[in-house]
Write a protein that binds this ligand. Structure first.
Ligand code: GRG
Length: 296
């Protein structure tokens, strides 16, 4: 891939990134496929290969650029790990006991297509494959800390904790602080881990991690608010999932459309503010613009 700052715009960059990323994702998903049944393989590849936007791996890639060390293959493998964790969370989130969603990425949700038991196993397969890749990266790059970074992001202090609060907190207790907690944990932490891992893989100075954290925390929260807006106002054909799916009070239900848009814009301004001197500043700025206007 060429240096992203030399490519014309975010769309071109993302298209180039996908060209490099998709074959590596496919290769990793088929890693152990001769050791289990074709039926399980179908379920394991079903959601990851159904055409996600791959925003989190792109965030990782962009933060890795411009450092003293950048190995394209390592960056792609780390991106695959992040995408597989994301995919695991989507499959789990869609289960009847969670969001009870019928559609994901324009097709029946994994449990609708393969049944509950196989969907739960497929989600676990995504998670374990992700940690297999992260463990390998740690072995190649002593001091990287990828496994611990992502374990914290996924676990009780991260996505699991955020999802549990989202499923169980009463609507009347959903104030700004509570909603920020939920969104930062169930969604923001994976963006944050992607950016930090990018900085580490790029061999940047440690100080840049703080910029990456500020950027991705705010971007991730804005991304989830936009998701809430799309859930209420976009049609399901465009988003590829059922509309009005969120049964709990989210940002839009608590603050209304205009104020949610305003909160999202402020978060994106803060994210842009963390990009001073960052190698991929132009494209990361464009990514902030994209989050505000995305339609799916
Ligand atoms: C991973 C073990 C483990 C637990 C996760 C289920 C759960 C616990 C957390 C829910 C996380 C979740 C699904 C948050 C919503 C995040 C979100 C905005 C998803 C949509 O992301 P996009 O728009 O989707 O990037 P695509 O399909 O483009 O990848």
């Amino acid at each position: 891939m060429s240096d992203p700052e030399l490519t014309v715009d975010l769309e071109t960059y993302l298209a180039e990134f996908l060209d490099a990323f998709e074959p590596v994702l496919k290769r990793c998903l088929h890693r152990h496929s001769h050791q289990y049944t074709p039926e399980l393989l179908d379920a394991v590849v079903y959601t990851p290969l159904a055409g996600g936007k791959r925003i989190r791996p792109a965030v990782l890639d962009l933060w890795s650029r411009g450092g003293t060390r950048s190995d394209a293959e390592e960056v792609l493998l780390a991106g695959v790990a992040i995408e597989l964790i994301h995919s695991c969370s989507l499959v789990l989130d869609d289960l009847p006991s969670m969001d009870d969603a019928r559609m994901r990425r324009g097709q029946p949700a994994c449990h609708q297509r393969f049944g509950l038991d196989t969907a739960i196993l497929a989600a676990n397969a995504h998670l374990m494959l992700a940690f297999e890749l992260l463990g390998e990266l740690d072995a190649w790059r002593p001091g990287l800390g990828a496994t611990a970074l992502l374990a914290r992001a996924v676990g009780i202090a991260g996505m699991v904790g955020g999802q549990h609060v989202d499923l169980h907190l009463d609507d009347e207790n959903r104030d700004l602080k509570a909603l920020e907690y939920i969104h930062r944990h169930k969604t923001g932490v994976l963006f944050e881990a992607a950016a930090v891992l990018g900085v580490r893989l790029g061999g940047h100075e440690e100080g840049l991690e703080e910029n990456a954290r500020i950027f991705s925390r705010n971007l991730g929260l804005a991304f989830q608010i936009k998701d809430d807006l799309l859930d209420l106002f976009a049609d399901s054909e465009t988003t590829g999932k059922d509309s009005g799916q969120d049964q709990h009070a989210n940002f839009v239900k608590v603050f209304g459309e205009a104020e949610s848009e305003e909160i999202m814009r402020r978060l994106l301004d803060t994210a842009r503010g963390a990009l001073e001197g960052v190698a991929s500043r132009t494209l990361l700025t464009e990514l902030c613009d994209y989050v505000a206007i995305r339609t799916h």
